[in-house]
Design a protein around this ligand. Structure first.
Ligand code: XUL
Ligand code: CO
Length: 433
């Protein structure tokens, strides 16, 4: 034991009358909802980067956290892994996620970075054997080091493309070795700052070919997990090529990958794209590319991707409703891509942030499951679209524009507007929240 979380007990479900802060009030892993355990619905994951690698900087100030594992040696990386698995044991969540850069020190050469990664993967594999937490997804950090400043696969320098290929290959191998269920590509630098220096067409084509190569490699090594793209409109790039779910779908179609690659949808990214989280989830599900979610919230005034822990269950319930309607997660899960604020210095803050986030999601899930089970919302929707069940309406979709037009005079159609009943349905939601 490292002692970092000393005196913090393992968190258990104690119900809404719990008196301790260190308890789940809603997250009850064994509770059955719609025929499935809550833990298996939510498939929570902790993000290695925010909790263990982020130093607490902001654009105006540097590190605020003083963690005993901060530094660039292999010994400190092992200490970081020890602390991480101690936190996973306290929370009891089934999964975690990592970037290469979170878990190993950067070497002076690619070979050294790769050696460090391989050693850490072996170390973490032994940790996984002794602890509950397993790998939900792995990914490559293709954005922090200065070599990535003009992009990874979209870099004007082909040598950087090669370096990105070597990096993703190493991390896909690492993810497979650790039994990861997905591999995520988030293209923070796969975009541009100004068209004055950018060949947009070439960059987009390179990004497409890169993704095809990743999928080809997945099959070569027999990786059974899903490949996921994580859309985001901007930040750090001014214009990102994977703006939102709709853009990603067009991109996948363009490169013949719509059956191969799904999405990891993040609440904060959806908001930055001018959408709601539930819109992005519903759209992905309808297009057959829903994979996993990154759970967090943004500050609604600042306009930044602030990656805060979710604390509003009513807001998340609408998102979980769409996830349940889509049939729930298969390889995906709920990854807390969320960090404590830079003033939240204490080990307790890290634990309680996750406890609150997990309870918020559990409460949201319970509301969503109850509403779905009642069938009330779906009945209202079915009623609204009932006209489309008639043979005449169905025939219209198979026929021509002129045949559809002919119905107006032949049947004397004069459509009568009907209420959309939005407020009644909002009231219905509130009954379950
Ligand atoms: C950045 C972001 C990343 C990805 C993984 O906004 O969400 O942390 O989730 O690279
Ligand atoms: Co994310």
């Amino acid at each position: 034991m490292t002692g970092f979380f000393k005196n913090i007990p393992a968190i258990t479900y104690q119900g809404t009358s719990a008196t301790s802060e260190f308890a789940f009030r809603h997250y009850n892993p064994d509770e059955m909802l719609l025929g499935k355990r809550m833990e298996d619905h939510l498939r929570f994951a902790v993000a290695y980067w925010h909790s263990f690698a982020w130093p607490g900087g902001d654009p105006f100030g540097s590190q605020t956290f003083q963690r005993p594992w901060f530094g660039d040696s292999m010994d400190l990386s092992r200490l970081k892994a020890d602390v991480a698995f101690e936190m996973f044991d306290i929370l009891g969540q089934p999964f975690y996620c990592f970037h290469d850069a979170d878990m190993r020190p950067e070497g002076d050469t690619f070979a050294e970075s790769k050696r460090n990664l391989d050693e850490m993967v072996d170390y973490i594999a032994t940790k996984q054997e002794a602890h509950k937490a397993k790998l939900l997804w792995g990914t490559s950090n293709l954005f922090s080091h200065r070599r990535w400043m003009s992009g990874a696969a979209t870099n004007p320098d082909p040598d950087v493309y090669a370096y990105a290929a070597a990096t993703v290959k190493a991390n896909l191998d690492a993810t497979m070795k650790l039994g990861g269920q997905n591999y995520v590509l988030w293209g923070g630098r796969e975009g541009y700052e100004t068209l004055l220096n950018t060949d947009l067409k070439a960059e987009r084509e390179h990004a497409g070919r890169f993704l095809q190569q990743v999928v080809e490699y997945k099959y070569k090594i027999g990786f059974k997990g899903a490949i996921l793209i994580e859309p985001k409109p901007q930040e750090p790039s001014k214009h990102q090529y994977d703006y939102d779910v709709a853009t990603v779908y067009g991109f996948l179609k363009d490169f013949g990958l719509e059956g191969e690659v799904k999405t990891n949808i993040e609440q904060g990214h959806a908001i930055l794209a001018g959408h709601s989280f539930e819109h992005e989830i519903a759209l992905a599900a309808s297009l057959g590319i829903f994979g996993s979610i990154d759970m967090n919230r943004n500050d609604y005034q600042s306009g930044w991707d602030t990656d805060q822990f979710p604390n509003n269950h009513a807001e998340k319930a609408v998102a979980f409703y769409e996830i349940l309607k889509a049939g729930g997660f298969t390889t995906g899960g709920v990854n807390f891509d969320a960090k404590v604020r830079r003033q939240s210095l204490d080990p307790e803050d890290l634990i309680l942030a996750h406890v609150g986030g997990m309870d918020t999601c559990a409460r949201a899930l319970k509301a969503a499951a109850a509403l779905l089970e009642s069938g009330e919302m779906e009945a209202a929707k079915a009623d609204r679209y009932a006209g489309w069940k008639t043979p005449a309406a169905q025939a219209m979709l198979k026929g021509s524009l002129e045949e559809a037009a002919a119905r107006v005079t032949a049947e004397g159609l004069e459509p009568q507007p009907r209420s959309g009943r939005q407020e009644r349905l909002e009231n219905l939601w509130n009954k379950y929240i």
